[in-house]
Design a protein around this ligand. Structure first.
Ligand code: GLC
Length: 746
């Protein structure tokens, strides 16, 4: 029995007053008038008590965190996993520090808390902001009953390099989509009212441009033109700022030579002056300390000065602020006002959360009753189904009838390690494995590991066993890919093949000449070139979280007709990286796309096109577009054109199609991509049914950063495409005429 159990039992959780900006400002001013400089500095520190657990009945009092909290030298905590932990530390803050200022608790709730949803890259393939908002709301409701007040999510880094393990947390390669989905995450977490007992703050990351690390190598350099930064990377963070995210996290990387944690151009010029952001900026884990590794300084005290002056409000784990700021003020190197600005932002967030009204608002004695509710697991299942992408289905080998004898073979066949990186408080034992899901759906399967993910001495024997087992099957279902341990932070790979001896296993089983379907478990685009040629069916299963097996079986059985669409290109091989849909035309575009289109921009050995392009995905049915029409062939000023298309389900299955809108400027004052993604919509169609889809085209749709760095359309002609992926050729032409600025008759 835990010492605090009865105390936590006595806690109440009344609805909290939602205080307005002005009221909070007054309260913060009043509190700050009472605070010493040291206490103001204390609010700028986030501790991560490594051993923040209850040993026996007593918190380890010698632990630095408890002491710093008592002295008012800690503003927040990272990494608390249980209500008891949170209660114990909050009790110290509220009852033992001089002013009783409550802590806030942050944790990485990235794709679910206890109910684990598919990895974010998988969810982005649903193109479903409403369901992503729902997933985030569920994550908030669970998190808010475990003591968590802030999640370090959404991650909206735009990623074109799948060697980077963190691509799994992203929304893929497109900036427009990342803008839309980033906002959906924030709406779900914050629910428009941080004082709500089931809301948590959202902290967008990694500001900025972390998805463009060179060579996909973790923590590596980011260097790009300001134009590229503003055109492709900043918009997604900006959209999160516009959605009132509580926090922004500075990234590990340099951006154009200056580490984000001390990059005034990013944290003040852009974030504060251009975007008018009012929330707080937090560093990444020890990223302040790491500016010395970036060789910006060799002096720890200067680290504190540089980061604070750049606009960093809250230092995660490193202690430069609480160690040196007081001294820097005495030396007139840092002003009290600068410190107070950051302190104000942290206190404001705490008032917004309602922590001064109830510091224990998110602490419950029996959180289990709020976890994994049936409706949460149903939502996770529905999202998982919609995250699955059908890549190949030759001869309609799918869906699989239940009378087939299935050999389910591969390292992902029986494992319930199916959450992927950043699994929050998810529990492996609560995950439905692929084999269990298939059995739940009435399939008769013989499951075998076939080989390990990583490669082991047993693999030869395992492969032989699997081969024997598969002899007596009608169809072989491969469960292969990369292990979930290779997804997420610190998981960059130099190669993108199936890991270990999985390819050898697949080739061996291929010799049985039976229908073979691959289900790919992965946190990133892998090199599926062998699978694309030699398998009859290919399903991208990602890492789907709790409901993995049920979602896969629902798609394999045809109960759910797959509707997922790729939000990131799949390269033919690692040498093709970066490959993405919105490339520039180059001065020598290859009409064939290669290979071997001499003296044109292409390779001699592979086509320019990816194996699978942005927006691609198959269905058990087929769809056809027709009657493309534009409401006008020219717009000006704020006018809008509407492009319409009829879409028909030409197959035998009801299904969902995600229509996509692209534009292409035939010319512009700077070179613009061959396609630009600008919208999408879902259409559910019965077999044989036709519906009309429409998209509005406005000046914003056509805008781009022009030669003068103005975001605007130009007097040009544009192709307007509507189709089912980024290779669509269905377009109509639309002119835009810049309306002359009316001449005033002075
Ligand atoms: C990690 C990650 C960041 C995460 C933070 C706190 O190193 O870069 O995404 O939110 O530390 O766990």
């Amino acid at each position: 029995m835990n010492l605090f159990q009865d105390k936590i039992k006595q806690l109440s959780h009344p609805p909290l007053p939602k205080r307005g900006k002005e009221e909070i400002k007054v309260l913060v001013d009043q509190l700050m008038d009472k605070m010493t400089l040291r206490e103001k500095i204390g609010q700028l520190y986030q501790a991560a008590p490594e051993d923040a657990h209850i040993e026996g009945l007593h918190f380890d009092d010698s632990h630095a965190t408890a002491q710093s909290i008592k002295e008012g030298l800690c503003g927040s905590i990272l990494g608390i996993h249980t209500p008891e932990n949170a209660y114990q530390l909050q009790k110290i803050a509220v009852e033992e520090s001089r002013l009783g200022i409550p802590l806030f608790f942050g944790l990485d709730i990235i794709h679910g808390c206890r109910t684990t949803f598919p990895i974010n890259l998988a969810m982005s393939c649903s193109f479903d902001p409403e369901r992503i908002e729902e997933a985030s709301r569920i994550a908030a409701k669970e998190s808010a009953h475990t003591g968590i007040n802030l999640t370090f999510s959404p991650m909206v880094d735009v990623v074109r390099d799948p060697r980077w393990g963190r691509v799994m947390e992203s929304n893929g390669e497109d900036s427009y989509l990342s803008r839309i989905l980033g906002r959906a995450y924030i709406r779900g977490y914050q629910q428009g009212d941080l004082s709500d007992n089931t809301s948590i703050g959202a902290c967008v990351k990694h500001f900025a441009g972390y998805g463009a690390v060179e060579a996909g190598r973790e923590y590596n350099t980011v260097d790009m033109s300001d134009r590229h930064l503003r055109m492709y990377h900043l918009p997604a963070y900006k959209s999160c700022v516009d959605e009132d995210c509580a926090g922004v996290m500075a990234s590990f990387n340099v951006i154009n030579g200056v580490p984000a944690s001390c990059n005034r151009y990013l944290l003040t010029d852009i974030l504060r002056n251009e975007w008018q952001y009012k929330g707080f900026v937090i560093s990444d884990y020890t990223s302040t300390f790491e500016i010395m590794n970036h060789k910006i300084t060799t002096d720890k005290k200067e680290v504190a000065k540089l980061c604070l002056h750049a606009g960093l409000d809250h230092e995660m784990v490193s202690t430069h602020y609480i160690t040196y700021l007081e001294e820097l003020v005495k030396e007139n190197e840092v002003s009290v006002q600068t410190i107070e600005k950051s302190c104000r932002r942290i206190l404001t967030f705490k008032y917004q959360l309602g922590l001064f009204d109830n510091p224990y608002k998110n602490i419950y004695d029996d959180p289990e009753q709020y976890m994994r509710l049936p409706e949460y697991r149903k939502a996770a299942l529905e999202m998982a189904k919609r995250s699955i992408v059908l890549l190949k289905n030759d001869n309609q080998v799918l869906p699989l009838s239940r009378d087939k004898k299935i050999a389910l073979i591969g390292p992902a066949a029986k494992t319930n390690h199916v959450v992927g990186g950043w699994g929050g408080l998810g529990r492996i034992e609560e995950c439905i494995s692929f084999s269990t899901g298939m059995e739940n759906h009435g399939y008769q399967i013989a499951a075998h590991e076939g080989c390990s993910f990583e490669g082991s001495d047993n693999d030869g024997r395992l492969m032989e066993e699997a081969y024997q087992l598969a002899q007596d099957s009608d169809v072989i279902l491969l469960a292969i890919g990369e292990p979930d341990s290779l997804t997420g932070e610190a998981s960059s790979r130099s190669a993108l093949g199936l890991t270990g001896r999985q390819l050898e296993l697949a080739e061996k089983l291929k010799k049985l000449n039976k229908p073979m379907i691959g289900v790919i478990f992965t946190g990133r685009p892998l090199d599926l070139s062998w699978c694309a040629v030699h398998l009859d069916g290919l399903i991208l299963g990602w890492y789907l979280g709790n409901e993995t097996g049920n979602a896969l079986a629902s798609v394999i059985s045809g109960e759910y007709n797959p509707s997922g669409r790729l939000t990131i290109s799949f390269p033919r091989n690692v040498g093709q990286i970066p490959v993405y849909y919105n490339q520039l035309p180059t001065g020598r575009p290859s009409s064939t796309g290669g290979p071997g289109d001499l003296f044109k921009s292409c390779y001699t050995d592979i086509p320019n096109s990816p194996l699978y392009p942005f927006g691609y995905g198959l269905s058990y049915t087929t769809f056809a577009y027709s009657n493309l029409s534009l409401s006008t062939d020219c717009i000006t000023g704020e006018e809008e054109a509407v492009i319409s298309a009829d879409i028909t389900n030409t197959g035998n299955y009801p299904g969902k199609i995600i229509s996509q809108l692209f534009i292409e400027a035939l010319s512009f004052s700077v070179s613009r991509p061959v396609k630009e993604f600008k919208g999408f919509c879902h259409t559910d169609l019965e077999a044989g049914e036709t519906k009309t889809v429409q998209f509005a085209i406005t000046r914003d749709t056509l805008s781009y950063l022009n030669i003068n760095n103005e975001m605007t359309p130009e007097n040009r002609t544009y192709k307007i495409y509507v189709g089912s992926d980024s290779t669509t050729k269905n377009y109509l032409l639309l002119k835009y005429e810049l309306s002359e600025v009316p001449k005033t008759n002075l």
